[in-house]
Design a protein around this ligand. Structure first.
Ligand SMILES: Cc1cc2nc3c(=O)[nH]c(=O)nc-3n(C[C@H](O)[C@H](O)[C@H](O)COP(=O)(O)OP(=O)(O)OC[C@H]3O[C@@H](n4cnc5c(N)ncnc54)[C@H](O)[C@@H]3O)c2cc1C
Length: 481
């Protein structure tokens, strides 16, 4: 029997259910990746994400080659490509890991239908999450709309099932398909219509495992506090690996819980806080499956202050946010980190999102889109869920009209300004006592520290206190209508 393994969001060999099943059931296994041309052309994702994916594919190709298998690739409309390759290569069965984005569900439904018509079997597997939406439900089988309830049931399910981790199939090397064309080199980012850029997070399965080992050895034991400090390497930086499946979630959770068992230090709250973040990830995946309308609009029809009207002023303010020139150092550092590296610290993601929505009163969907186009870990479910949380329209919406004060956030989480100085060099000479509100420096201080507000560094584009009042009173007006 000849099987195609269609690699998608599972670009690895370890604990890869589709690959494991194919190697057990088939005499010949053909690994395949399809570059989704319409998706690439839509530029829904940016160069950071595409370069990361190419790096992962490069390594996957080499790892498979070391076992004697060739990673084949195609480029085009994915359903057409998968049907065509299954026909050309006379495959009996196609294997893939399930994807939960609305567009992907439809694509897979069509592929399944077309393959079935040709008499090609399809076998699909859970991989991108530990538990699928249907596995973690409320008492009456309803999808859960609150993270706390979801988390409690997720843990019950985990303890009841303890999902196992599969090794690389041992006999994979014997499954090479004969009479296949030699695969050409993978396309470059430029050939796909993107720019080649250096990666801030090293791609590929080996790097993912190395980072996981390091993380569960050290930073995880101080995660509850460390994760909030953008100047230090206190979080896992594994999100693009989970996005592209270069790391198995099951493996990551077992590694964290094993570290807990082995550690003599009191790190239980830290380790469990980290696993809770992975449960947030799963929660947003199940929200997207159960309530697919979130991809196009608010989860709930709540009353929130109206966004600023379209026009030059709105566009100008949006541009200052995108470019990191708002005059609010923590916001500017975050946006420049995103633009330069494709990654942004989680605490700062929350601050910049709050600033866009509440201080600048720009619709959250514009921010969501910008993040998708720039993040190395761009993921529809996590991105949408978090933007809706910040906009107070989501499942666990931010309480009331909670508005982050950017200067206070900076003082609390980047007290000496090390993170700000890394991305906003105009403020290099400004001391910690002034760096969070540089516009309050006197003329003498601006001279002394070599930073003139309005010349070297932007003056604040809005006054935070005034913007806050305006947002709150617009909210009140809306709710009394
Ligand atoms: C406005 C906004 C947009 C976001 N967009 C994305 C996105 O497109 N893709 C993405 O993966 N994450 C997104 N996040 C969530 C979070 O910022 C990143 O997952 C996290 O910063 C990744 O860094 P890490 O791997 O070091 O995380 P860690 O703190 O080490 O957490 C471990 C893992 O848990 C998951 N996780 C952590 N926090 C969250 C969260 N709040 N929601 C969902 N999953 C989480 C990630 O998979 C992460 O790798 C967004 C957050 C905000 C506030």
């Amino acid at each position: 029997m000849r099987g195609i393994v269609w690699f998608r969001r599972d670009l690895r060999l370890h604990d890869q259910p589709a690959l494991t099943a194919a190697s057990q059931e088939c005499d010949e296994v053909i690994p395949l990746f399809v570059f989704d041309e319409p998706l690439l052309q839509s530029h829904e994702f940016g160069s950071a994400c595409v370069n990361f994916m190419l790096g992962c594919l490069d390594e996957l190709q080499a790892s498979l080659a070391a076992l004697g298998l060739t990673l084949q690739w195609r480029r085009g409309e994915p359903v057409e490509q998968i049907v065509q390759t299954a026909t050309d290569w006379k495959a009996d069965v196609v294997y893939w890991g399930r994807d939960y984005e609305p567009g992907a569900i439809e694509r897979d439904r069509l592929a399944h239908q077309r393959l079935a018509k040709l008499g090609v079997a399809v076998r699909t597997f859970k991989d991108h999450v530990v538990f699928e939406a249907s596995e973690v439900r409320g008492a009456t089988g309803e999808p859960l709309q609150r993270y706390s309830a979801y988390r409690a049931r997720w843990w019950t399910k985990w303890h009841a099932t303890r999902p196992a981790v599969q090794p690389i199939p041992i006999d994979l090397a014997k499954k090479k398909a004969t009479s296949l064309p030699v695969s050409s080199p993978l396309p470059t980012a430029e050939e796909l219509g993107y720019s080649s850029i250096p990666l801030a997070i090293a791609s590929g399965e080996r790097n993912a495992q190395k980072r996981l080992r390091w993380f569960v050895e050290k930073p995880i034991h101080a995660y509850a506090q460390g994760r909030n400090l953008p100047a230090i390497d206190g979080s896992a930086k594994l999100s693009p690996h989970f996005r592209f499946g270069t790391l198995s979630l099951r493996m990551a959770i077992h590694a964290a819980l094993n570290a807990l068992r082995k550690s003599g230090r009191v790190s239980r709250p830290d380790v469990l806080t980290w696993v809770d973040e992975l449960i947030w990830r799963e929660f947003f995946q199940q929200v997207l499956v159960a309530f697919p309308h979130v991809a196009k609009g608010p989860f709930k029809a709540v009353t929130v202050p109206p966004s600023r009207a379209a026009g030059c002023e709105r566009d100008q303010l949006f541009r200052t946010w995108c470019e990191g020139k708002t005059g609010y150092p923590i916001v500017d550092a975050g946006m420049r980190q995103l633009n330069q590296t494709g990654w942004m610290h989680n605490r700062v993601r929350m601050v910049v999102a709050s600033f866009l929505i509440k201080d600048l009163r720009i619709d959250w969907q514009s921010g969501e889109r910008y993040f998708m186009q720039h993040l190395i870990d761009a993921d529809v479910a996590a991105n949408n869920g978090n933007w809706q949380w910040c906009a107070s329209t989501g499942t666990d919406a931010m309480q009331g009209y909670r508005i982050f004060n950017p200067a206070l956030q900076g003082k609390k989480f980047d007290p000496d300004g090390a993170y700000i100085r890394r991305y906003v060099p105009e403020l290099l000479g400004v001391p910690a006592s002034k760096i969070h509100e540089p516009h309050l420096m006197s003329h003498d201080e601006q001279d002394r520290y070599g930073c003139h507000i309005g010349a070297d560094y932007s003056a604040p584009v809005v006054d935070h206190q005034r913007a806050r009042q305006e947002y709150l009173s617009l909210g009140k007006q809306e709710s009394t209508r």
